[in-house]
Design a protein around this ligand. Structure first.
Ligand SMILES: Cc1ncc(COP(=O)(O)O)c(C=O)c1O
Length: 409
């Protein structure tokens, strides 16, 4: 991530470059200054929102050699999106980054750009529900063969990524049971057969985990979550080598373009990412430890706590464990009702990664489309509650959650 590292420089020259950062800056500085480029019209320190769809395009511009860098139409390139894309690129340590209107926009554009009919895809079976639907329902209609891999089989990726695989999609930690997969081992297994490895790093954030440094080819995020961080925008991003991102970029006619206002909000949110994630890591750990000692709780799901092996992998590949914690309550669905009705600070809502803590019930939200039997096989029992811890005072969250657990006894 330093400036002496070639991955910290975008391979495509920019018409209006960002000020280079000294190589010694840390992530908190990088999120604030990583996309510094005083506005070329006014010198404004905060980048303005270019709320326009189109740009002057006199005949001489169509002739110029830097056409690819020129602003023509907002679906293809917007100055407001370049700053946040640049910060995320630097945080993930990739050559190139492209923003989208949502995480699903980033995932579908990436996968559709890289695959063709006859290709083979390997996907973890407990990916985000939208991704699972897309790869298992839609892609086979276009001639892509899809192999879903169980959590258990994913422990030995070399056995489930056969020759002839084009693309593999992995998440770690996974939703909602927060299992940890060995990304470096997945990278070795996919490289061996010449497949591309795509990692959804939404739950970990680039502050806690960098899949590209572990050998993955591409990283995607739902920037709606931690990167934006305030539950007030939807966005997505893909980061990776220019040779792959430019193939995705060519397909801008797919149209999941980030709106300039959402791009501005994302750029604003990113500036506090390091502060937020540090507090969310702390709140996740504090709540997980408090819940582990509570009599209403059967099991706490927290990255690295699943087994000794997962603990060792998390230690190796994550700098922090994040702000997600899931609780299996002994009293099942009835206990979940009692728990939720006791919460005074934590909102009951889907999604994650914002400054405010949220509680959701996967069996009723993200995983409601699965049968009861499939849910149980994936560890999603009726007593499972997923918590996304925000940036509130740790003691306040521990109190709100443990007092609500008392009601679930
Ligand atoms: C891990 C993960 N990936 C992708 C997505 C999709 O992102 P979006 O809702 O921004 O389209 C989500 C949404 O919840 C998610 O949790």
């Amino acid at each position: 991530m330093s400036d002496s590292d070639p991955t910290s420089r975008p391979s495509r020259p920019r018409k209006y470059p960002f000020d280079p950062l000294p190589p010694w800056v840390g992530p908190s500085t990088r999120v604030v200054h990583g996309a510094r480029r005083p506005d070329y019209n006014t010198g404004s320190v905060v980048p303005p929102i270019y709320q326009t769809t189109t740009y002057h395009w006199p005949p001489e511009r169509s002739e110029s050699s830097d056409r690819a860098q020129a602003y023509l139409y907002t679906r293809t390139l917007s100055p407001t999106s370049e700053g946040p894309a640049e910060v995320i690129r630097q945080l993930e340590g990739g050559e190139s980054a492209r923003l989208f209107a949502s995480g699903m926009g980033a995932i579908t554009a990436t996968v559709l750009s890289l695959l063709r009919s006859g290709d083979r895809l390997v996907a973890l079976e407990n990916l985000y529900g939208g991704t699972t639907d897309f790869v298992t329902e839609l892609l086979p209609r276009y001639g892509v063969s899809v192999r879903e891999v169980s959590w258990h089989d994913a422990l030995e990726p070399e056995k489930v990524v056969p020759d002839g695989t084009t693309l593999a999609i992995v998440e770690s930690p996974t939703n909602p049971t927060l299992s940890v997969h060995d990304l470096a081992r997945w990278a070795r297994a996919t490289k061996r057969v010449g497949a591309t490895l795509l990692v959804d790093n939404t739950f970990a954030t680039p502050l806690n985990q960098n899949p590209l440094a572990l050998g993955a080819d591409l990283v995607v995020h739902s920037a709606t979550k931690y990167l934006g961080g305030h539950s007030d925008l939807t966005a997505g991003v893909v980061v990776g080598p220019e040779r792959l991102v430019s193939r995705i970029d060519e397909k801008q006619y797919l149209g999941a373009t980030l709106d300039p206002f959402a791009a501005f909000l994302l750029g604003r949110g990113l500036k506090t990412l390091a502060l937020r994630v540090a507090r969310q890591n702390e709140n996740g750990r504090r709540v997980a430890e408090a819940a582990r000692d509570h009599r209403a709780v059967e099991r706490v799901h927290y990255p690295g706590w699943g087994s000794e092996r997962e603990g060792e992998i998390a230690q190796r590949q994550m700098r922090g464990r994040g702000g997600m914690v899931s609780l299996s309550l002994k009293g099942g669905a009835a206990a979940v009702e009692d728990f939720l009705s006791g919460l005074r600070l934590v909102h009951i809502a889907a999604s994650l990664g914002g400054v405010e803590s949220l509680a959701s019930v996967p069996a009723r939200t993200s995983h409601r489309h699965l049968s009861e039997e499939t849910r149980r096989a994936r560890g999603i029992d009726p007593g499972l509650v997923r918590l996304s811890l925000g940036i509130e005072d740790p003691d306040d969250l521990v109190r709100d959650i443990t007092e609500s657990l008392d009601r679930a006894l």
